[in-house]
Design a protein around this ligand. Structure first.
Ligand SMILES: [Zn+2]
Length: 501
C-alpha cells in the first residue's frame, strides 16, 4: 500500500513538471554522419599515434580538441585553461640481479621481475623455503606448518593439476598476498615460461606515486635458477611430489627502479547556460587510447575516437543553438578525458578536482564506443540499437527522460543488457562515467558492445558505421537537451549499487 501511494505521488510530480521545451531537432540535424566521419579520420589518424596517455600523440590530440572548442567559441573549462593537467607516475626498472651461491643469473633470460609490484631493495639469505604452490585460500594452505617469516620462499607457478582456484584473487597476486600474510621477505616463482617482455621493464602508469600495498619482492625464475637452489629435487618439484623443505644456499636478490614523473590532461570546453547557468550537464568521452607497440598503431577509432568526435559535434550543435537564441538553460561542460585506458585516470582526477561543483552537476552522459555493431547481439535490428547503461541507477528521473526522448525522436532499440549487476563484463564500472557515479552524480553510459577489433590495431575509422553512429549521437543530444533545459536538476533518489572496480 505504502509503495502504491508513493508511486502515485511520483506520477503527480512528474505530470506537474511536464514542460514545453524548445524543439531540439533543427540542431540535432546539424550532427551528421559526414562530419563525424571527417573528424574521426583526423582523430584516429596515424598523426595522433594512437593517443596514448602522457605521450606526444595524446598531447597532439589534446591540442586538436582544445583548438576545436576554441573555434566553436566555447570558454575554457578550467579557469583560463582548456586543459586540466594531472600527474602520472610510471615505474622504470634500472637493474635487477639474482645470484645463487655467488653464481649470477641473467635478467630477462633466467629470471624476470614484475617492476610495478616490486620495490627497490637488496635482499640476501642463506635459506630458501619451498612452499608448494604458495596458495593459501579456502581450498588449501601450502603454508600450513611452515614458518617463512623473514625468509625467501620458493613456489611453483600456476595451480596443482586438476584443481581450481578459490573465488576471489587468483594467480600471481594471490601468491603474493599469501606470501605477505605469512611474513615472507621475498617470493621466487618457478615458471616454465616466464613472461619475458622487454616492454615490461616499465610498469603500468599510476595516478599515485606509491602503491597502496607493499608485497614481498617477487621474482619469476626458470629451471636453471631453481636447479641451483634445489639441486636434484627439481624433478620432484616439477612433478608435484616434492614436500615443503628448507634449502641452505646463499641467495642474493637486487632490484633498482626509478619512478618517471609524467603528465597528462583532460580537455574541457564550457558552454555557458542562461537562467540556470550555475548548474552543469557534463558530456564526456575519453580521447586517449593505447598508443603504439613497435610499428603497430592502435588507432582507437571506435574506442573512443567515436565518443570524442561525438562530443565535439554535440558541442558544435549546442553552440549553434546558442547562436540562434536557443542556448541551454544549464551550462554544458564538454569533457574529453585522457588516462581512461590506464584506469579511468582523467575522470578520477576530474571527480576529485572538479572545476564545477559536483553537487550542481545534474548528469554525466558518457560516450565510449558508439560507432560499431556488436557481432554477438543476436536479437533485434543490428543497425538500430545502442546499449544504455546505468539509467536505472542513482535517479528515477533518468530512465523516463532517456526513453521519452528516444520514443519521441530517435526510435533506437535501447538495450539494457549491461545493466544487469551480475553481467560478467562489469561494464558499469569500466568507463569514465563511473567516477561521476561514485560521487553520486547520475550517469548514462552509451556503448556499442565488444567486437573483434576491440583494443587491436585494426580498430580503424574505415570500419565505423557512420549512420548508426549519427543516430546514437542524436539520442545523446536529445537527452542532454532535455536535461539542460528542464526546470529541475535530476533528483538523486537511488543509492549507488554495491560493488567496486
Ligand atoms: Zn574506451
Amino acid at each position: 500500500m505504502k509503495k502504491f501511494i508513493l508511486l502515485l505521488a511520483v506520477c503527480a510530480a512528474g505530470a506537474a513538471q511536464a514542460q514545453k521545451l524548445p524543439d531540439p531537432r533543427p540542431f540535432a540535424k546539424t550532427i551528421t554522419a559526414d562530419d563525424l566521419k571527417k573528424q574521426l579520420f583526423i582523430v584516429a589518424s596515424a598523426d595522433f599515434e594512437g593517443r596514448e596517455t602522457a605521450t606526444e600523440g595524446q598531447r597532439k590530440a589534446a591540442a586538436y580538441i582544445e583548438n576545436y572548442f576554441r573555434t566553436l567559441g566555447l570558454k575554457p573549462g578550467n579557469g583560463d585553461n582548456y586543459q586540466l593537467f594531472y600527474p602520472v607516475f610510471q615505474d622504470s626498472l634500472e637493474q635487477a640481479s639474482l645470484s645463487v651461491n655467488d653464481q649470477p643469473f641473467t635478467f630477462n633470460k633466467d629470471f624476470f621481475v614484475p617492476v610495478a609490484l616490486d620495490y627497490s631493495a637488496e635482499l640476501g639469505s642463506s635459506e630458501v623455503v619451498f612452499a608448494g604452490y604458495g596458495i593459501s585460500d579456502s581450498t588449501r594452505n601450502d603454508y600450513k606448518d611452515l614458518n617463512v617469516r623473514g625468509k625467501i620462499v620458493l613456489v611453483l607457478g600456476g595451480q596443482p593439476a586438476g584443481t581450481a582456484p578459490a573465488p576471489g584473487r587468483r594467480g600471481f597476486i594471490a601468491k603474493q598476498e599469501a606470501a605477505q600474510k605469512n611474513g615472507a621477505a621475498a617470493l621466487l616463482i618457478l615458471q616454465p615460461n616466464i613472461p619475458r617482455n622487454v616492454r615490461d621493464v616499465k610498469g603500468n602508469m599510476s595516478l599515485t606515486e606509491y602503491p597502496r600495498t607493499i608485497y614481498p619482492n617477487s621474482y619469476y625464475i626458470t629451471e636453471p635458477v631453481a636447479r641451483a637452489i634445489v639441486g636434484d629435487d627439481l624433478t620432484a618439484l616439477q612433478n608435484g611430489s616434492a614436500q615443503p623443505k628448507t634449502y641452505t644456499v646463499n641467495l642474493h636478490l637486487g632490484l633498482q627502479k626509478s619512478t618517471l614523473h609524467l603528465q597528462s590532461s583532460d580537455v574541457l570546453g564550457f558552454l555557458e547556460g542562461t537562467d540556470l547557468k550555475d548548474q552543469i550537464v557534463v558530456l564526456s568521452a575519453h580521447y586517449d587510447h593505447l598508443g603504439k607497440r613497435g610499428n603497430d598503431i592502435y588507432y582507437g577509432a571506435d574506442d573512443d575516437g567515436s565518443g570524442t568526435v561525438s562530443i565535439l559535434q554535440l558541442a558544435a550543435a549546442f553552440a549553434k543553438a546558442k547562436a540562434a537564441g536557443k542556448g541551454p538553460r544549464r551550462s554544458i561542460l564538454f569533457l574529453a578525458n585522457s588516462g581512461e585506458e590506464k584506469g579511468l585516470f582523467g575522470s578520477q582526477y576530474y571527480s576529485e578536482h572538479p572545476t564545477y561543483p559536483l553537487d550542481k552537476t545534474t548528469v554525466d552522459l558518457n560516450i565510449d564506443m558508439i560507432g560499431r555493431i556488436d557481432p554477438n547481439r543476436k536479437i533485434g535490428d543490428s543497425t538500430n540499437y545502442v546499449y544504455v547503461v546505468g539509467s536505472d541507477k542513482l535517479s528515477t528521473d533518468l530512465k523516463p527522460i532517456s526513453e521519452g526522448n528516444n520514443k519521441k525522436y530517435s526510435k533506437l532499440e535501447l538495450d539494457y543488457k549491461f545493466d544487469d549487476p551480475n553481467d560478467r563484463e562489469r561494464i558499469y564500472y569500466r568507463s569514465d562515467h563511473y567516477n561521476f557515479a561514485r560521487k553520486g552524480v547520475p550517469i548514462i553510459f552509451y556503448f556499442d558492445g565488444i567486437h573483434a577489433d576491440y583494443h587491436q590495431p585494426t580498430d580503424t575509422p574505415d570500419k565505423i558505421n557512420y549512420d548508426i553512429m549519427e543516430k546514437r549521437a542524436h539520442l545523446v543530444f536529445f537527452t542532454a537537451w532535455e536535461m539542460a533545459n528542464r526546470n529541475d536538476m535530476l533528483k538523486r533518489d537511488i543509492a549507488l549499487p554495491v560493488g567496486s572496480r
